[in-house]
Design a protein around this ligand. Structure first.
Ligand code: HEM
Ligand SMILES: [Cu+2]
Length: 575
């Protein structure tokens, strides 16, 4: 590939051009980080409101309750409950995890790790953040509407999401907000893909890229293909709501010809299943790198890992039907989707074995990024295995729409991605802000989070297996669920613990930003390109575009004398 001429532009001088409307991928990365952390807090508060209601039905939420729900003496009302789980899911997936993993670390890591001065399209990059920002505002505004925000679940199936299910403006704004966010992410994806293809430093082949860049690149491909599908579905839903079309309305509800509510489920899950991989792939890439960095060993089977990730990405596009086994599709189809879903196990097993191979006989350093990476290995193992029960038609018919599904996808998606995101924050903080986060606080944060998180999600799988349906305001009006009250209380207490654990993170983050000790250039002794430049990374990253001579994981080479790693800019030392 011919390399673009990459100029060094003058440093911006005004506050606006430096911090607000910046074209610099590092600043945009930080903007996405703040944005994501803000929504993580809001989504987290909503989760606590949901868990409070399930643990103590009919009791006022302490402290905040009377302010939030004055009409019901501080008790979460049923319609608000539906709104809370809808927005909790929406916010966590689209406004917290996506901006942190993809927005913040995609922007921050890609140019630095491939030796580029910026993204291929810096202006598009800035627009992408501000469109995401506007989309967040639209969602927040919907919270203040007289009839409330959207409440049809994060999947927003019709008829729950049509005018019959939700007459207010809330659902329309939900569609609009996600539509805007989809455009923003598609713009980002095009930028990431182009950057990776054309701006890699001289000498850097695809297999010389860190696995983080692999994960982010594959995610961008899925984003570019499937977000437009969601966009199309949302647009049709908006038409149904605003212009009286009937794409998703059937029977008497459809006055002008009939549509099909199930059609929306197809469109949603054609996007939705790839979406879960959109979230997990960056975390997988980051974890694959960190396991190698902190075991001081080359990543075991690096090419096989990259190719497994690619295979999973491709397979993820043809399994969506496993979300719809209960929609009365033909048995031929359910069995086909089951078989396709099961084939994902093969590359997943290769990939997981490579993780273990990387750890095997490594001299493991348990620094905080590594703890979080190991946490991902653990929770993702559990999440992946529980997926097999949902992929199997016969077991899924029982487990579908129970808390087992909620437990499963929180292990795979929430837990894995959250822990992967924290690993990334602890690892790249020195390069982002030039300061080192406090390790003791980081470790307390890790252990309390792990404890709380497993209490919550393990508990969810148990109550789900016992038959507790998801999305019920007060499950205990059903006699057979009475005996699950103690486990539900346990889940809620674990959730509160998990929430409190995050205060250690927030304190560490803010305190370090203001008062932390200065970080060295390469505190973790890692050889990828971002560690060859000062911390924090300077304007336009590299004075001279680096020339890459070896892979990203050259550790513990016995022929290298003075250090146990090699920079990617150094010639590989061979015996
Ligand atoms: C990459 C990691 C994964 C993520 C992020 C993920 C995420 C999700 C999510 C979000 C849902 C729930 C959707 C809803 O709201 O109804 C779900 C359900 C499901 N997952 Fe996964 N999943 C992952 C891995 C797997 C694996 C490895 C399998 C199979 C081997 C699997 C099979 C299923 C099935 C069949 C369902 C539907 C269950 C039902 O609705 O009855 N998942 N997953
Ligand atoms: Cu799926």
């Amino acid at each position: 590939m011919a390399f673009y001429e990459q100029h060094i532009h003058a440093k911006p001088t005004t506050f606006l051009s430096k911090y607000i409307f910046s074209f610099d991928h590092k600043v945009i990365g930080k903007q996405f980080l703040w944005y994501g952390i803000f929504f993580l807090g809001i989504g987290g508060m909503m989760a606590l409101l949901i868990r409070w209601t399930l643990a103590f039905p009919g009791q006022a939420f302490p402290l905040l309750g009377p302010f939030l729900f004055p009409d019901s003496n501080g008790i979460v009302p049923p319609d608000t409950y539906a709104m809370l789980f809808t927005l909790h899911g929406t916010i966590m997936i689209f406004f917290a995890i996506t901006p942190i993993l993809i927005g913040a670390f995609g922007n921050f890591c890609i140019p630095l790790q491939i030796g580029a001065r910026d993204m291929a399209f810096p202006v598009l990059n800035m627009l992408s953040f501000w469109l995401a920002f506007a989309s967040g505002i639209v969602l927040l505004i919907s919270l203040c509407l007289p009839l409330g925000a959207a409440s049809g679940g994060w999947t927003s199936y019709p008829t729950l999401s049509t005018m019959i299910g939700q007459p207010g403006l809330g659902q329309t704004l939900w569609c609009l907000s996600l539509f805007m966010l989809g455009i923003s992410s598609t713009m980002g994806a095009i930028n990431y893909i182009t950057t990776i293809i054309v701006l890699r430093a001289p000498g850097m082949g695809y297999f010389d890229m860190p696995l983080t860049v692999w994960g982010l690149g594959l995610t961008a491909v899925l984003n570019a293909i499937f977000l437009p599908v969601l966009g199309a579905g949302l647009l049709l839903l908006i038409f149904d709501r605003v212009f009286g079309t009937t794409f998703f309305l059937a029977g008497a509800a459809a006055t002008s010809g009939t549509g099909d509510p199930i059609l929306f489920q197809h469109v949603f899950w054609i996007f939705g299943h790839p979406e879960v991989y959109i979230l997990i792939l960056p975390a997988w890439g980051i974890v694959s790198d960190l396991l190698s960095f902190f075991s001081r060993k080359p990543a075991f089977g690096m090419k096989a890992t990259a190719l497994s990730m690619t295979t999973i990405t491709i397979l993820s596009t043809i399994v969506y039907g496993h979300h719809m086994y209960t929609t009365q599709m033909s048995p031929l189809l359910t069995q086909t989707f089951m078989m396709l879903t099961m084939t994902i196990s093969i590359p997943s097993a290769v990939f997981f074995a490579n993780w273990l191979g990387t750890l095997w006989k490594g001299s493991i350093r348990f620094d905080s990024p590594m703890l979080f990476a190991l946490g991902v290995v653990f929770v993702f193992g559990l999440g992946g295995l529980t997926g097999l029960y949902l992929a199997t038609v016969t077991t899924d018919l029982y487990l579908h729409d129970t808390y087992f599904v909620v437990g499963h996808f929180h292990y795979t998606m929430a837990a894995s991605v959250l822990l992967g995101g924290f690993a990334a924050v602890y690892f790249w903080f020195p390069k982002m802000f030039g300061k080192m986060l406090n390790e003791t606080l980081a470790k307390i944060h890790f252990w309390l989070t792990m404890l709380g998180l497993n209490g919550v999600f393990m508990g969810m799988m148990i109550v789900g297996y016992a038959g507790m349906h998801r999305r019920i305001y007060n499950p205990f009006v059903y006699e057979f669920l009475h005996k699950l009250i103690p486990i539900n209380t346990f889940i809620s207490v674990s959730a509160i613990l998990m929430g409190l654990a995050q205060l250690f993170f927030v304190w560490n983050f803010i305190h370090t930003l203001l008062k932390g000790e200065k970080a060295q250039q390469n505190p973790w002794n890692v050889g990828t390109l971002e560690w060859t430049i000062p911390s924090p990374a300077p304007h336009y990253n590299f004075d001279k575009i680096p020339v890459v001579k070896c892979g990203p994981h050259e550790f513990s080479n016995p022929n290298v004398k003075d250090k146990d790693f090699q920079y990617q800019t150094e010639e590989l030392v061979q015996a």
